[in-house]
Write a protein that binds this ligand. Structure first.
Ligand code: C2E
Ligand code: MG
Ligand code: MG
Ligand code: MG
Length: 290
């Protein structure tokens, strides 16, 4: 558990990081078993460009607990991070995603898949090599895998993080900076990280149309990213108006319920096939009532 001492030397618990409450211990054991038995699933959410072409898919982990029902990723990822289970979860997600990429490639569907990795992964020694070994084992070209990291990787040991990320890009894996705008990293850090894509956090995208300050943040982020040669993806796009604003701001791609929510693998296959060469088309607007 995460015990800290306050100024008087008394141990205090950080409630949200405490992995040892009975509830969390129960969930942790169940999660460990779910990983062993393959009860944790991946769903895939498309990233599409404004011309409709599918730029890639993001793998998002899903766990339906036999008694509690769906447990949100935010919740069990925190548990995995604080309990030391993160390496197993990440290995599981990587293997499942890589096996699926290989399957799709055999069907003639060649679409890059992004996997979310935690700061723990990036700081674990040998991570870059382990990813390269997994790619080889699944016979997946490195360009078909993308890893999404957050600015939090820079909080602990920026040099170590940069070394790992350089190792990964050296192997040909593309890096994406997720949830941009919510962390504390400086622009200097951004320049130092070998990322090729930046994802604007949903919190800014959601208010883009209604809040002029959020609109300004999004505009500046897109311009900054472009000036550094990065592609920009907006996450959490739910409506037409937001899509149009992002297109006008020269954002490169969007992800969100407007296009599709994360879907199980089979449904993703059908979705990709149905879009075919034309890619995703926005549904025609219903004319406003006269
Ligand atoms: P994220 O990587 O930023 O993923 C985006 C989240 O926004 C996903 O939530 C997705 O389902 C949700 N989302 C997508 N489009 C929309 C939209 O239009 N509106 C709204 N309101 N939400 C949308 P999810 O799947 O619950 O995942 C939450 C977070 O958990 C992820 O945020 C990511 O940080 C983490 N996560 C998910 N899967 C993994 C994984 O395999 N490994 C690790 N380390 N973290 C993961
Ligand atoms: Mg992500
Ligand atoms: Mg994100
Ligand atoms: Mg986010």
């Amino acid at each position: 558990y995460q015990a800290k001492r306050d100024r008087s030397g008394v141990e205090v618990y950080e409630v949200t990081r405490d992995a040892n409450t009975p509830d969390r211990l129960g969930l942790l054991g169940d999660l460990r078993r779910a990983l062993d038995s393959g009860d944790v699933e991946l769903h895939y959410q498309p990233k599409v460009r404004f011309d409709g072409q599918v730029a890639g898919l993001e793998a998002l982990v899903r766990w339906v607990h036999p008694e509690r029902g769906r447990v949100s990723p935010e919740e069990f990822i925190t548990i995995a991070e604080t309990s030391g289970l993160m390496p197993q979860l990440t290995e599981y997600v990587l293997d499942t995603a890589l096996a699926q990429i290989a399957r799709w490639r055999r069907m003639g569907l060649d679409v890059p898949v992004a996997v979310n990795v935690s700061p723990r992964d990036v700081h674990s020694p040998g991570f870059a090599g382990a990813v390269a070994a997994r790619l080889a084992r699944h016979q997946v070209p490195p360009g078909s895998l993308q890893l999404e990291i957050t600015e939090h990787v820079l909080l602990e040991d920026p040099q170590r993080a940069a070394d790992t990320l350089n190792g990964l890009t050296g192997h040909g894996v593309k890096m994406s900076l997720d949830d941009f705008g919510t962390g504390y990293s400086s622009l200097v850090h951004l320049r130092r990280l070998p990322v090729s894509e930046l994802k604007i956090d949903r919190s800014f995208v959601a208010r883009l149309v209604v809040d002029s300050e959020d609109a300004e943040i999004v505009r500046c982020t897109i311009d900054l990213a472009h000036s550094l040669g990065l592609l920009v993806v907006a996450e959490g796009v739910e409506d037409d108006e937001t899509w149009e604003r992002l297109r006008d701001l020269h954002c490169d791609a969007v992800q969100g319920w407007l296009v599709a929510a994360a879907m199980p693998a089979e449904e993703t296959t059908r979705w990709l096939r149905a879009r075919g060469e034309r890619g995703w088309q926005r549904p025609a607007k219903t004319p406003a009532p006269a």
